[in-house]
Design a protein around this ligand. Sequence first.
Ligand SMILES: [Fe+2]
Length: 430
Amino acid sequence: MQVDELLKPFPIKEFHPFPRALLGPGAHEMIGPEALKLGFKKTLVMTSGLRGSDIVHKITESMKYHGLDVVLYDKVESNPKDYNVMDAVQLYQENSCDSFVSIGGGSSHDACKGARISVAHDGRNVNDFEGFNKSENPRNPPHIAVSTTAGTGSETSWAYVITDTTTDPDNPHKYVAFDDASVATLAVDDPVLYYDCPVDYTAQCGFDVLAHASEPYVSRLNFEPSLGNALRAIKLTAENLRQATWNPQELSGREGMMYAQYIAAQAFNSGGLGIIHSISHAVSAFYDTHHGLNNAIALPRVWAFNMPVAYRRFADIAEVMGVDTHGLTDVQAADAALNAAIRLLRDVGIPERFTDVTQSSYSKNRLGTGPTKYYENAAVIKGDDEDVDRITRHVLGDACTPGNAKECTFETVRPVVDHCLNGDLDDLIS
Ligand SMILES: [Fe+2]
């Protein structure tokens, strides 16, 4: 069902599936044996390459050791593009593969989900499946999704996000597809694989988790089964993100963030998202910036925007973020939650507005993958009136927007977008 239908009076709620999962230090060593159990013979491995780490080499060699044939597609770009998906589909078909493994963050998993759906429809373009449950053939190849970041949740969710590069180059379109058929067969969440994740990337992915957890907690979908997971994920993020960022070789912080990201995704899977994600998708569409970074910058502004319709819920968030809420009204506690989020953002060193994001604070050469084909001439973020307008229009068309806590119109959302681009976080602190 589409979000609009879920918001009707007396809606029927819908719970979306999760895959089986292996969680914990060392879980990645089970990929080969698990692939054999699932009947894999010739597997297309999809990844960005994770250059600078030996993760892809270790996993593919282990798969070969277990007798599997491996074909490697290691050109998935950040904010995966439709051509990444279709190149992988072609490689899969040319090599007569029978299964998929994705290794990486959300980009690798999302591109792989799109490729599986395309393969199940004789190689039809992935962009044909934008929307809710557009698969006509629910049977697609089996897929083991191996996460190397604590952020995405894509290894356990029914969502995948693709940039459609066939649209007007001045107005690129990044969309979320939700499809029960896209859910992986097995998720592997191993905090040992996070050890190579750079400091800034760890922090930014952590704010993707905070967005995944807080958006369903205040969403108008008000999906009861998601609320406990959402709060728990916020608590784990507040307790572990600083440690994971600044003491990256210490297991407890990494493991705490692994569970935070896993259960946050399970919260939004049926509980919905909101305009933190819509703003993030829009800015990525125009500038190819990192999803977690975008979420981090949007989060405090969107919390402030949504607060008047959900003070009680934000007061709960304050409590799990470690605020002593005794004696505070809901409004005071909600304000304290916002202060705590800004403190966390500053503690882990995230830029405070989009126009602060320069090539030096955000490298498109992350882990050595080089500039992406589609955005090699991308401008630095402008933030002028025209930019604010086009980002706002993209936000209003995003599939995450109807689930936002507060109703969104161009007039109400535009100032939020403008603040993300140009505003000062100190304006939000009480
Ligand atoms: Fe996200």
